[in-house]
Design a protein around this ligand. Structure first.
Ligand code: GCU
Length: 691
């Protein structure tokens, strides 16, 4: 039972359309499901809960086909529900990808029967959530013929939760939901979290922060500041990991850990973590064997090495392939995988070029069970970035794309910002890796060792995500990486119907708010012509990346008296040269560079004229002002929903919008004043300098 926290999109509100209700009842009041595997227990529970909510009464659950019913739902592996499964092409079902499923309306012995079948138990879980989603969004279910397979084999959430400390790095929804002090005791909330994740197709959870060692703060208690994620590999903590894994596995989700590269020294008592040292190799082997003895279906490790203070192979003059491979060899006999992050940069002197320079030369050197995990852009989850040049540059290596679900740079828990259109832009981007028509989504799809990892967004807040509308990002992340061909709007509409109900005014209004929120965010955070990272940086251990602070890191925007932007062409850092043609030439020339990325690639005079004759500085002013107007419009649209949705959720979002408007104005005013100070050029419309 969920009472102290929100049920998000799994509300299962009663169906109010009489016709639909009666058709759903005819088809789903009787359910035939065997319950041999743990996942099937989950299927029965979810159907029971979901159908009771939607149809107003609990279904009858059967262990055999119900003879007396006029219609029923049958769910099971093809071999477990013969002869009903013969109504679908069982060979085709058995050859579906792992996690795939089939849902089909058939007639069996004269009655209407809906069959959900799959090659694996996890497919049955996904098929169940699919059918419940259809009913929760008011779709007819009497003539179904659905075959689904996920585009991406690995669909992961990366928690940046710091175990034992309770805090989530870049988390804006309260403390971590994982209570490591109490584990292996379980909370009901873990099960409900697993349900939310499985309902959108997530199949892996990394439970701790990539920063497995946290730099201790001045004056901090040494014993407390020692406590960090690397400790999860300690023998005493593995049973805690297994406790969480026991919840996730019921829903087809594997559990992973972030580990420290120096674990042989931190967790073990070796003097070195040199990846070519025989004792280090043996240590990883023993440790990994122990992990698998405790967590038999363990997924693997994520490693942040040689990055922002975390140790790595460079400490031993080894390269990243040597670093990753020693851990990969230990995992290999168990079927585990290393997700090795490419977020490596040594200096702030054009950080954009560094990941490629580090990793591209290593293509082909990584062990088969290593995935190189690349952030979508070369900087750091900015509101908009160009695509990382590593996509398409390492054909011999399994690649993963890292996206950020949490809103680190897009307003945290205060601003509304729907990230799905941003991810869509990333996944649709044509890399030209295999000639025209090689989008990122195709490079990642259909390879067992590849996939997408999203930095998590949930915390212990009753609404899970801090800003209520941010639930759409968690929902949308799962749906999009399962099927990158879905549109942002299809996804948001599904989310809204399940979250706020099917009233058409509500659906249209919330949809418009979500769909316009990202553009607004880019406008008032960046001016929408390729600038970024003008956020307050402070120290990595503090909450930051929220306030405007353009003076802090000039190397990220390049503002000077003569102009603005960074030269990343061949006359500068040559990030353009890391792209394939025709992209390299397109970005190289300011005339052909897309305007939305212009100042990322070029340092231009303030009064450089854009295609329509407007100057750079004027475009920036216009966009910053437009961004604030857009946020006011979002707020006004939200206000029209008063009385249309429950007051509690209405007020929560309305209050956030009031603050969002103030913050957007603060961003605008700080940044346009900064531009004016450097350029000395006033706004044509008299808005800058500010009064
Ligand atoms: C960003 C973020 C850090 C994080 C880092 C990473 O810099 O602000 O909190 O640790 O990315 O992805 O490793």
């Amino acid at each position: 039972p969920i009472d102290s926290y929100d049920s998000c999109w799994l509300r299962y509100e009663p169906v109010d359309d009489e016709e639909l209700l009666s058709s759903y009842r005819d088809r789903c009041e009787h359910v035939y499901a065997s319950d041999s595997a743990p996942e099937l227990g989950v299927v029965r529970e979810e159907l029971n809960r979901g159908l009771e909510g939607l149809l107003g009464r609990a279904p009858h659950l059967w262990n055999h086909p119900p003879r007396s019913a006029d219609g029923f739902l049958a769910i099971g592996l093809p071999d477990e529900m013969r002869p009903i499964s013969e109504t679908v092409d069982t060979d085709a079902v058995r050859s579906l990808d792992e996690d795939g499923y089939r849902i089909r309306s058939v007639t069996w012995e004269g009655v209407d029967c809906t069959v959900i079948t799959a090659p694996t138990d996890s497919g049955l879980v996904y098929g169940t959530f699919h059918l419940l989603r259809l009913m929760s969004t008011g779709q007819p279910i009497d003539d179904l013929d659905i075959v689904e397979e996920p585009a991406n084999a690995n669909r992961l959430i990366n928690h940046w939760d710091n175990p034992f400390r309770g805090k989530v790095e870049r988390g804006y929804a309260g403390p971590s939901i994982f209570d490591w002090e109490r584990l292996p005791d379980l909370r009901q909330r873990y099960f409900d979290y697993a349900r939310l994740l499985a309902s959108v197709g997530i199949n892996g959870v990394v439970v701790n922060n990539v920063n497995t060692k946290i730099p201790s703060r001045e004056g901090a208690n040494e014993a407390v500041s020692r406590r960090a994620g690397w400790q999860l590999l300690e023998s005493d903590n593995l049973e805690k990991v297994e406790a969480l894994a026991s919840v996730f596995r019921r829903y087809g989700i594997k559990t992973y850990l972030s580990v420290n590269f120096a674990s042989p020294m931190l967790v073990g008592d070796l003097e070195t973590a040199d990846p070519l040292d025989a004792d280090v190799e043996a240590w990883w082997e023993r440790k990994v064997d122990e992990v698998y003895e405790t967590v038999p279906d363990f997924g693997g490790f994520v490693v942040k090495a040689d990055s922002e203070g975390q140790t790595g192979p460079y400490d031993y003059d080894r390269d990243h392939a040597e670093g990753a491979n020693v851990i990969a060899r230990a995992l290999e006999p168990h079927g585990g995988r290393v997700w090795w992050r490419a977020f490596v940069y040594g200096s702030h002197e054009d950080r954009a070029v560094q990941a490629y320079n580090t990793f591209e030369p290593l293509d082909g050197e990584f062990h088969d069970n290593v995935t190189v995990q690349i952030k979508n852009g070369p900087i750091d989850f900015q509101p908009r970035e160009p695509i990382s040049t590593l996509f398409g540059a390492m054909p011999e290596t399994d690649l993963g794309c890292e996206l950020q679900i949490t809103q680190e740079y897009t307003g945290q828990n205060v601003h509304a910002c729907y990230h799905v259109p941003q991810w869509k832009e990333v996944l649709e981007f044509d890399t030209y890796a295999d000639g025209e028509g090689t989008p990122v989504k195709d490079l990642l799809a259909d390879r067992e060792g590849q996939g997408i990892a999203g930095v998590g967004v949930v915390g212990d807040d009753p609404n899970w995500t801090g800003h209520y509308l941010a639930q759409a990002n968690l929902y949308g992340y799962g749906r999009l990486i399962w099927d990158p061909d879905l549109t942002s709007e299809e996804i948001s509409e599904e989310w809204i119907r399940q979250t706020f109900g099917g009233d058409s005014t509500v659906v249209e209004t919330v949809n418009e708010i979500l769909m316009n929120s990202w553009d607004a965010s880019i406008d008032y955070h960046t001016g929408s012509i390729g600038l970024m990272h003008m956020m307050y940086n402070g120290s990595a251990a503090l909450e930051n990346h929220y306030d405007p602070s353009p003076e802090e890191w000039p190397e990220y925007h390049g503002a000077s008296e003569d102009g603005i932007g960074l030269d990343r062409t061949s006359s500068g850092s040559d990030y353009t040269g890391q792209y394939r043609e025709p992209l390299a030439s397109r970005y190289e020339d300011p005339e052909t560079c897309p305007e939305e990325l212009l100042l990322f690639f070029h340092h231009l005079p303030w009064e450089h004229e854009l295609a329509d004759g407007t100057t750079v500085v004027q475009r920036l002013y216009d966009n910053f002002f437009a961004g604030v107007e857009a946020v006011k419009e979002l707020r006004a649209q939200w206000h029209t929903l008063e009385g249309e949705i429950d007051d509690r959720r209405y007020r929560h979002v309305a209050d956030r919008f009031d603050e969002h408007v103030l913050q957007a104005e603060r961003w605008r005013d700080t940044i346009v004043s900064f531009f004016y100070d450097y350029s000395g050029v006033p706004d044509e419309d008299g808005r800058v300098p500010l009064e």
